[in-house]
Design a protein around this ligand. Structure first.
Ligand code: ARG
Length: 460
């Protein structure tokens, strides 16, 4: 069977080389975008009188039939026709004859693949944004239920100051809300319609690009044809947003892995999201969290793949760019499944409030507040810091906390201490006095919850 582009060729493609350059094994997933794009193109050709109206009609019907057959599993694609674009064109010509040969008028696979990929990535961005929004909803719910659940907060993985589980969850919720904004931006750059760019320098047919853009739900048309056929920024932006989102998931997973260890014992993962050991009967492992952490590397790899593919390419289209799809599809699939699993895992996790509270009370997490107490009574902060440093060393020697010391003992370090020190350095006080915007006090966290609720409701 001759190639659709075979006119100037006198030999068949080498059999191994054919398999090597064919992309149908992975770009077949663009079938719907390809057919929808071709239908819009055919309608436009008919409307503009570039092909006869009845031919346009025949093409549209033929393409609709092919779409239905693909979805019913009745179509077999072949590497002989290289990619999804030529497989579908071949099917169309086989089915409707000469009218089918007019579909590719004023079009190249270069602008066609750019169109299909952009349409597909708009869909993936939307799906990812929906999954992240679901995850944020779960985090907001955990936060609402834990406004007063005191936890130890860390810097350098050393206990630092008390916070609340709500404040902690909202930190991740904020990170994920930025991810949504990044995917919205990636969507925005994909939302530009490239058809009409032709192979690279447009075409002489009087195409109506705006009409095609409207039919396909694009918000604008690409303004330069050389750029339009060689631009994969929208995929790079998706991969970059995906990498950052995976990094956020990975950090969260890392903490849940630590927190579920016997040493921390702050959380217990539901059995439905844990696995056992084939030899050690006692084991319950946080495999889901570990796997998400691991898959982060794979998504970063996809970003590096495409950045590297693109870095030396002269304008305009080059076949190298066919390497844009597998890595991007794999990253999108990976991210979507990680988001789904993570959301289920965190929604069903049980936080051990007593351990969180008990641990928050250790490690002198109220030392800053004890120093601030002295400052509020007039002592310069540096002096107060030094006083507390000495108190901490003394407490370490006795195996006690700051508020376990008697007032007499405290007065040995500074006579500024009075009876009211105790109520000022309790864990509850440390949290409830941090009412600044962004802080862990109930009202501050509630304000943050409300602002993210508003952000989410603005998405639909
Ligand atoms: N399969 C190709 C790709 O994914 C489609 C465009 C091919 N264009 C060409 N002139 N070879 O990039």
């Amino acid at each position: 069977m001759a190639k659709l582009w075979g006119g100037r060729f006198s030999k068949n493609t080498d059999a191994f080389a054919e398999g090597f350059h064919s992309s149908i094994s992975f770009d077949s997933r663009l079938y719907k975008e390809d057919i929808t794009g071709s239908i819009a193109h055919a309608k436009m050709l008919g409307k503009q009188g570039i092909i006869e109206a009845h031919e346009a009609e025949k093409i549209v019907q033929g393409l609709e039939g092919i779409l239905a057959d693909i979805e019913a599993g009745k179509v077999h694609f072949s590497p002989h026709d290289e990619d999804i674009h030529m497989n579908i064109e071949r099917l169309l010509i086989d089915r409707i004859g000469d009218a089918g040969k007019r579909l590719h008028t004023g079009r190249s696979r270069n602008d066609q693949v750019a169109l299909d990929f952009r349409m597909y990535m708009k869909k993936e961005n939307t799906a990812v944004i929906r999954e992240i929004a679901n995850l944020i909803q779960v985090l907001l719910q955990i936060a609402r239920e834990n406004l007063d659940t005191i936890i130890p907060a860390y810097t350098h993985l050393q206990k630092a100051q008390p916070s609340t589980l709500a404040h902690y969850m909202m930190a991740y919720a904020q990170m994920f809300s930025r991810d949504i904004e990044r995917f919205q931006a990636a969507y925005g750059h994909a939302d530009s319609m490239p058809l009409g760019s032709g192979a690279l320098c447009t075409t002489t047919y009087p195409l109506d690009r705006e009409y095609v853009a409207q039919q396909l739900g694009f918000h604008e048309i690409t303004p330069n044809s050389l750029d339009a056929v060689s631009d994969r920024d929208f995929a790079l932006e998706f991969l970059s947003a995906a990498s950052i989102c995976m990094m956020h998931l990975s950090r969260f997973c890392e903490e849940m892995i630590l927190w579920s260890s016997g040493e921390f014992a702050f959380v217990s993962m539901d059995d439905a999201f844990s696995t056992g050991s084939s030899i050690m009967p006692q084991k319950k492992n946080p495999d889901m969290a570990e796997l998400i952490r691991g898959k982060t590397g794979r998504v970063y790899g996809s970003l590096m793949t495409l950045l590297t593919v693109m870095k030396g390419l002269p304008l305009a289209y080059n076949k190298d760019m066919q390497e844009d799809k597998e890595c991007t599809f794999d990253a999108a699939d990976t991210l979507l499944s990680c988001l789904k699993v993570f959301t289920g895992m965190i929604r069903t996790a049980v936080f051990k409030k007593e351990n969180l509270y008990a641990t928050a009370g250790k490690g002198f997490t109220n030392a800053t507040d004890a120093a601030d107490y002295l400052v509020k009574k007039g002592m310069p902060f540096r002096d107060a810091h030094a006083v507390l440093g000495r108190i901490v060393v003394y407490c370490e020697g006795k195996g006690q906390g700051i508020s376990d010391l008697t007032l007499e003992e405290l007065k040995e370090f500074s006579d500024v201490f009075e009876e009211d020190v105790y109520e000022n350095v309790s864990l509850e006080a440390c949290v409830s006095k941090r009412t600044l915007p962004g802080g862990p006090a109930r009202e501050s966290v509630l304000a943050h919850i409300h602002s993210l609720e508003k952000f989410l409701s603005g998405l639909d």
